[in-house]
Ligand binder design. Structure first.
Ligand code: SF4
Length: 245
């Protein structure tokens, strides 16, 4: 049997020491516990548009962090995320990353349930259906870890590289097919949680079709005329509009 080695032990002890230096609120008010930083989607409105570097915790690294966190919380009798008003006891595994592309999300779910004793909020713009490994992992999550999820949200956004088609290898049709594949995968869980903004939803994040411009009201040949930017509304004959002021 392979031994863990002194590196693993000192990593664990080092993590615990660092976490012991944290105040209680760092545990009880913890909300975002991201296993990665950086994002492949590079949405135009996000800080991650600037770079392509993605750092992800290894499976073992994730395990070490979760066990150190849970161990120090247990030493103090604290409940992780239990002191928040918003979704207490629920962790969000995303901040500047897309958790759908994290390859050890099933391990994260197992640690959430068995070690951290929390539930998870799920949010993604999808993942590449061409990745058999990711797709198999998501199927496993739906089949075995559905109870870990407090809510699911898929974002349909025009800001991702996939939607815009900016850059080599990005194609909107593929992006849409990937999202459809992700929704099919999660359909059983979406139905089980019940559709709604706090439970299971697809969020449309398109800019509103609203412009701010001056509106000019006038009357021409007995017709009420409204002009706003390039648009013109002309009243029907004999149907005067409200008095012009
Ligand atoms: S998916 Fe989220 S984290 Fe990734 S680039 Fe878009 S907004 Fe940023």
């Amino acid at each position: 049997m392979a031994s863990e080695g002194s590196g693993g032990v000192s990593l664990r002890l080092g993590l615990r020491e660092q976490m012991r230096a944290l105040p209680d609120e760092a545990f009880t008010r913890l909300q975002f516990l991201s296993p990665a930083t950086g994002c492949f989607n590079q949405c135009a409105m996000c800080s991650q548009a600037a770079g392509r570097d993605v750092w992800q915790l290894t499976r073992r690294g994730l395990d070490e962090v979760a066990r150190a966190l849970a161990g120090v919380a247990a030493e103090r009798g604290l409940t992780i995320g239990g002191g928040r008003g918003h979704r207490p006891g629920v962790l969000f595994p995303y901040l500047d990353n897309d958790m759908g592309s994290y390859p050890h999300l099933d391990t994260y779910a197992a640690l959430a349930r068995d070690v951290l004793r929390v539930r998870l909020r799920f949010c993604t713009v999808g993942w590449s259906a061409r990745s058999d490994r990711l797709s198999a992992m998501h199927r496993r999550l739906v089949a075995e870890y559905g109870d870990v999820f407090d809510g699911l949200r898929f974002s349909l956004t025009p800001y991702t590289l996939g939607w815009t088609g900016r850059g080599r290898g990005f194609d909107r049709a593929v992006f849409v097919a990937d999202l459809a594949h992700a929704l099919r995968t999660y359909r059983p869980l979406l139905d089980r949680l019940g559709h709604g903004p706090a439970t299971a939803a697809v969020e449309l994040r398109f800019a509103p079709l609203v412009g701010v411009t001056d509106v000019v009201a006038s009357e021409i040949d007995g017709r009420h005329v409204l002009r706003a930017g390039p648009h013109l509304l002309i009243g029907a004959p004999g149907r005067p509009g409200p008095p012009l002021t």
